[in-house]
Design a protein around this ligand. Structure first.
Ligand code: ADP
Length: 269
């Protein structure tokens, strides 16, 4: 807290009183320091691929371009680093759009269970061999108002993470959907049997650029922004997202969202 004192002086020159103004600077300071940290993180995240690209380009200039074996490898590294930077910049733009956007995102009413099943189908196609998907999803409809694109992005991110942060054999991702009719809410659970996250770090995975294992996450090509973006999207749906994890056993991501109760009467109408 910052305190400003002013004296009140009468025409006669006598001091009549004091005014103390209390400013709460802690909130402002927190925002400033978060912003500084964010800029430092962005700079660092961009510098890493740039320095790497620079050294490969230098090597190519110094003669590697003539080496039929080396040149394609060096070029593919620079290509990968460029892709990483593009992903990073796209994620940053999305975050900044969400930070600024006062307007609501466009939503449609869908049966969440159909929506989720389609997404799992897609993953199942590309991970036939290495991942087992288990669905505990009710047959009956649960209607929710969501943005297809954005909610799809959240689920893509969470499911990709579940696969990414698991050891290579016996990967298993379980889905659980439950409606709470009393509160007009629903909860989705996405559980993996992967590496897990140390207890004191679980809550931090939704922070921008936070990664439990920097080197591993980088190798997997992530930007460290996926869950931060997911959290913003879920909050824009009046929802909540959180995680539970046991190191060495696996992680569960929970997403709680509002849902619609369709009255019997609505069907008759
Ligand atoms: P990225 O995957 O690009 O690093 P995310 O924001 O998606 O960024 O995730 C942040 C971090 O949270 C990851 O780097 C990883 O350390 C941790 N994490 C996320 N999901 C899981 C999971 N299912 N199991 C273990 N760790 C996870």
């Amino acid at each position: 807290i910052r305190i400003n004192f002013s004296t009140i002086v009468k025409d006669t020159g006598f001091i009549n009183g004091y005014i103390a103004v209390l400013h709460d600077v802690t909130e402002q300071e927190r925002i400033d320091s978060e912003r500084r940290e964010f800029v430092a993180n962005v700079s660092h995240e961009l510098r890493t691929p740039l320095t790497s690209m620079r050294s490969y380009i230098e090597a190519l200039q110094e003669g590697a371009w003539q080496d039929e074996r080396l040149a394609p490898r060096f070029l593919s590294v620079t290509r990968d680093e460029t892709d990483r930077m593009i992903r990073l910049v796209e994620d940053l733009l999305q975050l900044s759009r969400m930070d600024n956007e006062a307007e609501e995102i466009e939503k449609d009413i869908v049966d969440f269970n159909i929506f989720l099943n389609r997404i799992i189908d897609r993953f199942e196609m590309t991970h036939k061999e290495d991942v087992k998907f288990v669905r505990n999803i009710p047959k009956s409809a649960i209607f929710t108002e969501i943005s297809f694109d954005k909610m799809g992005q959240v689920l893509d991110n969470v499911i990709s993470n579940a696969i990414k942060y698991s050891s290579s054999n016996n990967k298993r991702v379980e889905f659980h959907v439950k409606q709470n009719i009393l509160y007009n809410r629903m909860t989705v659970r996405i559980k993996d049997n992967g590496l897990g996250i140390p207890a004191n770090k679980v809550d931090r995975i939704f922070e921008r650029f936070y990664r439990v294992d920097k080197a591993r996450a980088r190798k997997m090509g992530g930007t460290g922004l996926g869950l931060a973006i997911s959290k913003e999207i879920i909050e824009a749906h009046d929802g909540r997202i959180w995680a539970n994890s046991v190191e060495g056993e696996g992680t569960t991501i929970f997403i709680n969202l509002p849902c619609e109760t369709i009255e019997e009467d609505d069907w008759d109408a």
